[in-house]
Design a protein around this ligand. Structure first.
Ligand code: SAM
Length: 313
């Protein structure tokens, strides 16, 4: 889905082809300024955001920390360095998300490998992890299921924060599961069972203490799908039917048969889906239904406790 990259204005004294003339090699500061302007123009980013992205990509191209760039902004770059940086900037200017270019994204204090097969973990999903941890006492063993695990960021964070929990995680995408397994191996989360399944279809365990999920919840015709990072992310991780609720419905309707009495369901949803989600939770026999608000003030997470069919809401 990547658009054609814009052409990088030749760096001072050099050029994207690495033909720099002695004495006119680009300085770090010049390159940072030009790269930020280019990303701002190509992607319509805010100035601050463009500057930050330019610094991140230049630092990656040079194999240094971002702080190094500031301390060495008068240093000049070799032709090979300019070529390496140009390759990264061209990808970004062409619309590829920074996380895919770097191949990683931080989530809940850990670095996860990400590829275009998985959703880039979002900061707001850390709210789900926090709410789950609040309901999982560290000393008590618990069975936890993560639905639509993607990079594995939720399942792995829970498994590492609660070593006594038995965590299962499923996804309908074999490619996503491969990335999640790799993340678990790198981060040392070895108590997770990975399952390839269309929601609950191939799941044999039925007595979970908690089910969590950040399912796809964008409506099929949504114009945001053609913008920003969403453009490069897997459609199956984003879109869920004409009202965006297909996955949420399937997850809520199927949860009672897989939860112990008193078990929790925590589900992330879109900014305008709280009421629908909570109606579905009550209809399915969940009580103590609440919503949590993310740092942007959006009701992003709905939570219910399964008290058995026929229980008072
Ligand atoms: C919004 S992403 C969430 C990924 C990850 N949990 C996160 O929070 O970053 C939704 C995930 O659900 C998976 N998914 C979509 N439809 C599914 C289905 N029918 N059964 C299982 N997983 C599904 C997608 O492959 C994707 O990995």
């Amino acid at each position: 889905m990547r658009r054609e990259a814009d052409v990088l204005p030749s760096p001072p004294g050099g050029g994207a082809g690495g033909e720099g003339r002695p004495g006119t090699a680009p300085r770090v500061a010049d390159l940072m300024r030009e790269a930020a302007a280019r990303l701002q123009a190509a992607l319509g980013l805010e100035r601050r955001e463009a500057r930050l992205e330019a610094q991140i990509l230049i630092a990656r191209g040079l194999g240094v920390e971002r702080s190094w760039l500031i301390a060495h902004d008068r240093d000049t770059l070799s032709p090979a360095q300019t070529v390496a940086i140009e390759a990264l900037l061209a990808r970004r200017a062409g619309g590829e998300p920074v996380a895919y270019i770097l191949g990683e994204r931080e989530f809940y204090g850990r670095v996860f490998r990400v590829t275009p097969d998985v959703l880039i973990p979002r900061p707001e999903t850390e709210l789900l992890v926090e709410a789950a941890l609040d309901r999982l006492p560290p000393e008590r063993p618990a069975r936890v299921l993560d639905l639509g695990t993607g990079s594995g960021c939720i399942a792995i964070s829970l498994a590492l924060e609660r070593p006594r929990a038995e965590v299962s995680a499923l996804d309908a995408s074999a490619q996503a599961l491969a990335v999640a397994r790799d993340n678990a191996r790198r981060l040392g989360a070895d108590q997770i069972t990975w399952i390839l399944s269309d929601w609950y279809a191939d799941l044999s365990v039925k007595n979970f203490d908690m089910i969590v999920g950040n399912p796809p919840y964008i409506t099929s015709g949504n114009e945001h799908l053609r913008r920003g990072d969403l453009l490069g992310e897997p459609v199956g991780a984003l879109v869920s039917g004409y009202d965006g609720l297909d996955a949420i419905r399937a997850i809520i309707v199927g949860a009672p048969a897989r939860l112990v009495q008193g078990g929790w369901l925590l589900i992330e949803h879109g900014f305008d889906q709280k009421d629908s989600c909570q109606t579905l939770l009550r209809q399915a026999g969940f009580t103590r239904v609440t919503a949590l608000t993310d740092l942007s003030g959006v009701e992003r997470l709905s939570i219910g406790r399964f008290s058995g069919l026929g229980a008072e809401p």
